[in-house]
Design a protein around this ligand. Structure first.
Ligand SMILES: C[S@@+](CC[C@H](N)C(=O)[O-])C[C@H]1O[C@@H](n2cnc3c(N)ncnc32)[C@H](O)[C@@H]1O
Length: 232
């Protein structure tokens, strides 16, 4: 087994396995809490370091990297505001990437998902669970300091506006945004491509400059990931 950095993506690695049939590679992050798996992902040990395998069929951010994200803005020490944290699958990998000096504020309004997130991520010192509705960023102002980036995966029709509202409240100037657009949660009849165009136009009208966009098939059907900078 060999480890290689993923080009342009800090803190994410390829775990390369060689066998008679050739080489197979899987994405991974360095486990912030060695010995603990978060959602059943496998742990691999190479050169005295423990890596957590990152499944692109379970995480849209991993799917985006697999689809050839040229660069990702997330780096060690970053403070990240994560909107729609679910039960913590992708937040756990961002927690690995930002490390002990970074912070992941996890906003989630479902009590059930939040309970699971807390059970899974309580050992991670850089994760701050926030049981709030992301549509009202002012309600968590007492808990969040200015952030380097906003990650948005709410699967809501108005999520571009929700991301913009949170960026206005907490994102540093020229901070980054990553947004996963699920076409089917916006309209079940409209063409996904038209939905993507509309969502990107909304982001631009709210002060974001789009740097990259990728469809996430075959990992996620009718999903787009957009990477942007906040210039408002
Ligand atoms: C697609 S899931 C998130 C999966 C997670 N991002 C991951 O990759 O591990 C979307 C989540 O957003 C949450 N959500 C939707 N609208 C919300 C809102 N207005 N405020 C907070 N959470 C919201 C849902 O409860 C759900 O858990």
């Amino acid at each position: 087994m060999r480890v290689e950095p993923v080009e342009g993506v800090e803190g994410v690695y390829w775990i390369v396995n060689h066998d008679r049939g050739g080489a197979a590679r899987r994405l991974a992050t360095v486990n912030l809490c060695p010995g603990r798996s978060v959602y059943g992902e496998s742990l691999e040990h190479v050169g005295g370091v423990e890596y957590r395998i990152w499944d692109p069929y379970r995480s849209k951010l991993a799917a985006y990297i697999m689809k050839g994200a040229k660069r990702l803005p997330i780096k060690a020490g970053d403070r990240v505001l994560y909107l729609g944290a679910g039960s913590g699958t992708t937040p756990s990998h961002i927690s690995d990437m930002v490390g002990v000096k970074g912070t992941v504020y996890c906003v989630e309004f479902s009590q059930r998902a939040m309970r699971e997130l807390i059970e899974r991520l309580s050992a991670r010192v850089n994760v701050y669970p926030l049981l709030f509705d992301a549509r009202f960023p002012e309600r968590y102002s007492g808990f969040v300091r200015p952030v380097d980036g906003v990650y948005c995966d709410l699967a809501q029709p108005d999520q571009a506006h929700i991301m913009a509202r949170n960026a206005e409240a907490y994102l540093k100037k020229s901070g980054w945004g990553l947004i996963a657009v699920k076409a089917r949660s916006i309209s079940v009849v409209a063409e996904p491509e038209l939905i993507y165009i509309r969502e990107l136009e909304t982001l631009k009208s709210r002060g974001f400059k789009i740097l990259d966009e990728k469809r996430l098939e075959p990992y996620e059907k009718d999903h787009l990931m957009a990477y942007c900078l906040f210039e408002a």
